[in-house]
Design a protein around this ligand. Sequence first.
Ligand SMILES: NC(=O)c1ccc[n+]([C@@H]2O[C@H](COP(=O)([O-])OP(=O)(O)OC[C@H]3O[C@@H](n4cnc5c(N)ncnc54)[C@H](OP(=O)(O)O)[C@@H]3O)[C@@H](O)[C@H]2O)c1
Length: 281
Amino acid sequence: MRVLVTGASGFVGSNLVHLLRERCDVLAPSHAELDLTTTVPPKVDAIVHAAIWNALDGLLANRRKAWAGYVEATRNCVRSGARVVLVSTDWVFDGTQGPAREDEPPNPINAYGFLKAASELVVLEADGTVARIAGVQGVHRAKPETPRAQDAGFGYLVASVVDALSAGRPFTVWDSPDINRIATPVLATDAAELIWRALERRVTGILHCVGSEHVDRVSLARRAVEAYGLDMELLEVGAPPPQRERIPYDTRLDATETARRLDVELPDVNRLLEGLAWAST
Ligand SMILES: NC(=O)c1ccc[n+]([C@@H]2O[C@H](COP(=O)([O-])OP(=O)(O)OC[C@H]3O[C@@H](n4cnc5c(N)ncnc54)[C@H](OP(=O)(O)O)[C@@H]3O)[C@@H](O)[C@H]2O)c1
């Protein structure tokens, strides 16, 4: 099978390439080689579409660029005639209906969630696959030195805590109703493995490619400190800076149906932390 991965130089895309290269023939054009806002990709057996214009502050300031970087880019993937797997997000939900099943209607509350939900429709109407991922932890395989910082989501939370405490610096994990407080995280390579199974089995529709366990951000940070044998005294809990947009509070995803369709046992948080420690060495 010939699979084109978009956004291959990004965090999620580089992990997709890392795993898929062990399984099939992978094309990984850079943004400079393939600008999806203007170009239809070549027809391959499947496209795993992970590229986005990742500038959350820019999405409202430059709405045409945002629409192009999400929805038009997705349309161009579909126009190629390849089977498309769109990498999507738990932020298509408003944060009040967790744990959300695959068939729960999305109701985004910020520009990013809206653009991802619109992109999902493009792919679903072409009988493609939507692979929602969430709270993604892992190593950036294309740019391992990328600074890892806490934000209003869960992405990179464990790496940010581990980076700080390993260097003897304190870390304040944010806790507030204004940010994404509880989610269903996944290791980037585990999400890639689930996406591979969807490709291999030609599973279409909406999938929740996440772990089996829901966790709040303070508990995840504490479990990471324990798992890595770091100093719990250095971990503090505090308020985040003010947020410019509304952030979904509880984005737990129920992935029971996905696990059944892909015939897998989903990894729990302990497995995520073990996998991350292994990937980081
Ligand atoms: N990270 C998370 O925690 C998380 C959680 C849920 C869902 N997701 C989803 O995962 C996907 C990837 O996110 P990420 O965190 O890996 O983002 P990222 O690291 O910022 O990567 C984005 C990638 O898209 C490329 N790109 C941007 N505009 C493009 C265009 N017009 N044409 C072609 N390529 C373009 C970028 O290339 P350049 O850098 O060269 O511009 C980069 O390789 C997204 O769909 C996101 O919604 C991520």
